[in-house]
Design a protein around this ligand. Structure first.
Ligand SMILES: Nc1ncnc2c1ncn2[C@@H]1O[C@H](COP(=O)(O)OP(=O)(O)OP(=O)(O)O)[C@@H](O)[C@H]1O
Length: 579
């Protein structure tokens, strides 16, 4: 796609030394001996990471310097912050004249939202939609400025968004569809592409999933007429350049240079036209929120801006996209985790409150529809969350309401696969928490019990890749991973922080709560949203490993533990210790 992939391997040994590169990072390539701050050979985006190599996508490969030892430097990515700041400045101007001029007073509480009085009828593309999804779509289609789609875990929020987009395209709307993360944008692209929608995905190809590359702007531009004309011009320029090198006469040289300049101008124009053509012809343009500030979108306005995962995005980031249109639909769940704010100051000043949450508080049901059928969890797993956070409004779809771990192929019915809900109590088992060097909390005893339960499930035939252990603390993640790596059978067992697992699911989830101390402090476990995310990742079995005495000191957690005790299997961790 016009980029070049270079794969870098270590000079010494087969395995890369410990590093902090991640996919999508921006990196500079330098000669190994260069000083920090000296010029780089090129800048690229990390495309793939393996134990033995790092692959980086470059726009241009450096002509010299690749045949000696090299160094990659991770660059601070300030772009996101600069783009958010620019959006705020633009917002202050857009209030009067921008495409979003009508929307701004509504989103700032100065003007009441409007909606069509009639119920909007539509003939669905997806024939499986449930009633709450259909009602939400109808309400969304009738909204004149803002609509909130509240999607509790597993209720088909993205399914509903896809249908809204398809209906809007049918009406003739041009849509900008965004989400905070690349993966969430790609998820929409993949699902929309099945309906043959005219769409284009904006973003660096190295950051996109391979299966959506065909929809990428770069790929479509390469296929465009104007782009092949630009290619022909480049060939012509190459011929002229070699003529220039050979030319002796001053006048001839001057004429060739003049011609080259004209061709270069034409080539740029053709390239830009190719980009504009693709963007103008698309019914749906998809990008991340920060990607929406791309210069390529200058001058293009939309009839509707759709933001998925809106409750996980900073309000400022949402504004980058909202500036582009007069109407918006935000989808999310403010009862799951908001974006992480590193700065305590910013948190205090309210930066952690998302636009989705703010609008929910300001307008509530007037502009919101909540989806109420969930397609993930056994009803016993769901009920606690439904009662604690969603006013008992969520129902389990019949296809999942009673599904058991032992219904899975090759899984046998055993004492470990039979229960849907399990509480493993570590109280009195000498499993005190400790802090690591970075002040994160961990609990080795509890980690061992969690791993032991995962092992029992695998012995009953559950695929290790269908099991996840999640924990609020990063030190516990490290500790659990070390234990897992000792057992080849557990290779595919996924271990993550709760925050890192939002949006995902597994057949069986084991939650290691970690906190166990005589002061009975529970720290950030008490955040309702974090426990909501943790429990609702599980499809068929949810196992809570904790020191009941410590966590029961918090009223919300006490109710959680009581729910598990009353509706599930209670085990003491000592049973796992002895086995
Ligand atoms: N009406 C429906 N009938 C049958 N299955 C459905 C329906 N709606 C959604 N699903 C299924 O439920 C699952 C979750 O759907 P989707 O990905 O749209 O949910 P989501 O709310 O975006 O997920 P998350 O909770 O991760 O945010 C998918 O497997 C989807 O196929």
């Amino acid at each position: 796609m016009g980029k070049t992939l270079l794969e870098f391997q270590p000079n010494k040994g087969d395995v890369l030394p410990a590093h902090k590169f991640g996919t999508h990072d921006v990196v500079a390539l330098k000669p190994n001996k260069a000083d920090a701050g000296s010029a780089s050979l090129g800048q690229g985006v990390v495309y793939r990471l393996k134990d033995s190599s790092i692959t980086v996508a470059f726009d241009d490969i450096p002509e010299d310097g690749l045949n000696s030892p090299l160094r990659l430097e991770k660059l601070a990515n300030e772009v996101t912050y600069r783009r958010m700041k620019d959006a705020l400045i633009e917002l202050s101007k857009a209030v009067q004249t921008g495409p979003c001029a009508n929307l701004v007073p509504v989103l700032f509480g100065e003007k009441a939202p409007m909606r069509s009085k009639d119920t909007m009828k539509f003939s669905p593309f997806n024939k499986n939609l449930d009633d709450s999804q259909k009602e939400a779509i109808s309400k969304a289609l009738g909204s004149r400025d803002v609509f909130l789609l509240h999607g509790p875990p597993g209720t088909g929020k993205t399914t509903t968004i896809i249908e809204i987009i398809l209906q809007e395209v049918k009406r003739g709307s041009k849509i900008l569809a965004c989400a905070a993360s690349n993966i969430a944008v790609d998820n929409i692209v993949e699902r929309l592409a099945r309906y043959r929608t005219k769409l284009v995905r904006l973003g660096h190809p190295a950051r996109l999933l391979p299966q959506v590359l065909d929809s990428a702007l770069d790929a479509q531009v390469l296929r465009a007429d104007n782009s092949s004309l630009a290619g022909d011009i480049r060939k012509e320029m190459k011929v002229l350049n070699s003529k220039l090198l050979k030319a002796k006469d001053r006048n001839t040289k001057r004429d060739i240079r003049k011609e080259l300049r004209a061709l270069a101008k034409e080539e740029r124009k053709r390239q830009q036209l190719a980009v504009t053509d693709v963007l103008k012809n698309a019914d749906v343009v998809l990008t991340t929120l920060t990607g929406a500030s791309s210069k390529k979108l200058n001058g293009i306005t939309f009839d509707l801006v759709v933001i998925d995962e809106a409750a996980q995005a900073l309000e400022v980031a949402c504004w980058i996209a909202l500036l582009k249109g007069p109407r918006c639909i935000l989808a999310g769940d403010h009862l799951q985790l908001p974006p992480t704010i590193q700065s305590v100051e910013a948190e205090k000043k309210g930066m952690g409150k998302t636009l989705f949450e703010r609008l929910t508080e300001a307008y509530g049901e007037e502009i919101t529809s909540m989806l109420t059928v969930q397609y993930r969890m056994h009803e016993h797993i769901m009920s606690w969350s439904s009662k604690e956070l969603y006013n008992n409004k969520i129902k389990a779809h019949s296809s999942v309401a009673g599904h058991m771990l032992y219904d899975l192929e090759e899984v046998t019915r055993s004492s470990s696969t039979e229960p849907t809900i399990i509480l493993i109590d570590t109280t009195g088992c000498d499993m005190e928490e400790v802090k690591d060097e970075e002040e994160s909390t961990m609990n080795e005893g509890e980690a061992a019990v969690s791993i032991a339960h995962a092992k029992l499930l695998v012995e009953s035939g559950v695929n290790a890749s269908d099991i996840g252990i999640i924990t609020p603390y990063s030190a516990q993640v490290t500790c659990l991973k070390m234990m897992r790596n000792k057992d080849a059978k557990l290779k595919d067992l996924e271990i993550s922080t709760v925050d890192g697992f939002q949006g995902r699911e597994k057949e069986a989830i084991i939650i290691s709560m970690v906190r166990s101390n005589s002061k009975k402090e529970v720290g950030f476990l008490s955040d309702h949203r974090r426990m909501n995310v943790a429990v609702t990742r599980a499809r068929r079995q949810c196992c809570l490993v904790c020191d009941v005495e410590t966590v029961s000191n918090d009223r919300f957690l006490k109710r959680l533990v009581e729910y598990f005790e009353e509706n599930g299997e209670y085990l003491s961790a000592s049973e796992y210790q002895s086995s």
